[in-house]
Design a protein around this ligand. Structure first.
Ligand SMILES: [Zn+2]
Ligand SMILES: [Zn+2]
Length: 430
């Protein structure tokens, strides 16, 4: 006989349940962000949780923590190498190419929301399964789109009731100017190699820009005097950045240039930015609430046409955590104003139909069909604080009537069940 492994009544490390009591925050975060996306003309896209492993390797790039350490990748029974998405942008760019979305008027504006997975070291506020909301716009190189992305992210965070929303911004240039900047950076860090952490010594070979991202104290020290990308931009990138800053000033969005901000994913070009909120202090050491940037080379890199693009994402887990901490506004779940009670087998059967006709008319109804006695049902109605209780007994069910009880006055009347919807609506209006 096979020995059964002990059943652990918990999800794998870094994952958790989001219980009904918490959903008021999540619903608010999703509602506000989706509303903003729709207001700005973005349309929803859903993509699979799984993609072929090499989609992420090619787009996010080797030498990044995501690819080197954090991928939930595995082989399927058919022998395909797949991975749970560590972020959305690569999959959305894949979908954009695959479905020929470039034929639509530009820019093609898409938004998404859902879980992502990274085999990260779980810590305060960081999970291996985490939730993102984001927007991507394909086919437009004008910096006004970059500004709009920042505007949307800023607005969502603000509308969630978080205050002191800040944007940190940088330009990391294009392949043309980044090459010479990269060389400068490599020679600078080579000269300070002994002072770097082990990871950064390795990054010096694989992805030197990532060193600017390192949060280790000694690396933070070294990078303070490192050459800055914005001092080495080509003419095109310089103008793009300058115009973006002018748009942000026009929008009165407070921003700060952060030369160390690189968002070490391979596909970023020119603009990169991150959002923070709440107490000020050293943002550099804090986790951003989200961020994004331009990725003009990604679609081509994956085999599509040359397509400039820009996007951003927000970490819903962190937004929710901050909303809770600051006592931000939550989503108010709609409450039923009508309770439907029933007594007797025939009435019970009829009450299902009655419930449905009220629901269809847009009237939210509560019930406690499982309870036998009328008394215990009315107790529930009382506790819910409804305005109207409908009582369907055996006699009423046979007569085609129903008793309508006004809960504040206690008055009862008998109503023709064919006119029930209108009668209830009339009374709820009062
Ligand atoms: Zn450039
Ligand atoms: Zn380091």
């Amino acid at each position: 006989m096979k020995v059964q492994e002990e059943l652990l009544l918990q999800p794998p490390r870094g994952m958790r349940d989001i219980l009904p009591t918490e959903q008021i925050y999540w619903q608010q975060a999703r509602r506000v962000s989706e509303k903003a996306a729709q207001d700005f003309g973005y349309r929803r896209i859903d993509i699979p949780l799984l993609e072929f492993n090499n989609l992420f390797e090619r787009s996010i790039g080797e030498g990044t923590d995501i690819i080197d350490k954090e991928m939930f990748s595995f082989s399927t029974k058919g022998g395909e190498r797949v991975a749970l998405r560590p972020e959305f942008t690569a999959g959305i760019a894949r979908a954009y190419i695959q479905h020929g979305l470039q034929v639509a008027p530009k820019p093609v504006k898409l938004y998404y929301t859902g879980p992502c997975y990274r085999y990260d070291r779980p810590q305060e506020g960081r999970f291996r399964e985490f939730f993102q909301f984001g927007c991507e716009a394909f086919g437009e190189s004008d910096p006004i789109l970059d500004a709009q992305m920042i505007q949307m992210g800023w607005r969502i965070i603000y509308q969630l009731g978080l205050r002191n929303v800040r944007v940190r911004i940088n330009s990391i240039g294009c392949p043309a100017c980044r090459k010479s900047y990269r060389n400068l950076l490599v020679s600078y860090f080579e000269s300070k190699k002994q002072k770097l952490c082990i990871d950064c010594k390795r990054r010096l070979e694989t992805n030197p820009l990532r060193i600017l991202d390192c949060k280790e104290d000694k690396c933070v020290q070294v990078k303070m005097n490192a050459p800055q990308s914005i001092d080495h931009l080509c003419e095109d990138c310089r103008i793009h950045f300058k115009e973006l800053l002018e748009y942000l000033e026009e929008l009165e969005i407070p921003f700060e240039i952060d030369a160390a901000l690189v968002r070490g994913l391979d596909y970023y070009t020119k603009t990169v930015f991150e959002f923070f909120a709440g107490e000020t202090g050293e943002d550099v050491k804090k986790s951003a609430l989200g961020g994004g940037g331009r990725y003009d080379g990604l679609v081509k890199m994956l085999g599509g046409e040359n397509t400039p693009a820009v996007g951003f994402s927000l970490g819903l887990d962190r937004l929710v955590a901050l909303m809770k901490k600051t006592g931000a506004k939550v989503y108010k779940e709609p409450k039923a104003k009508v309770f439907l009670a029933q007594l007797g087998t025939f009435a019970k059967r009829k009450s299902l139909r009655m419930f449905e006709s009220l629901e269809r008319a847009g009237i939210m109804v509560s019930e406690s069909f499982g309870r036998g006695s009328l008394k215990s049902q009315l107790k529930v109605a009382d506790r819910l604080g409804v305005e109207i209780t409908l009582i369907l007994g055996q006699k009423e069910a046979l007569d085609g009537t129903v008793i309508l009880k006004d809960m504040s006055s206690g008055n009862q009347e008998i109503i023709d069940s064919a006119k029930l919807v209108d009668e209830v609506k009339k009374r709820l209006k009062k």
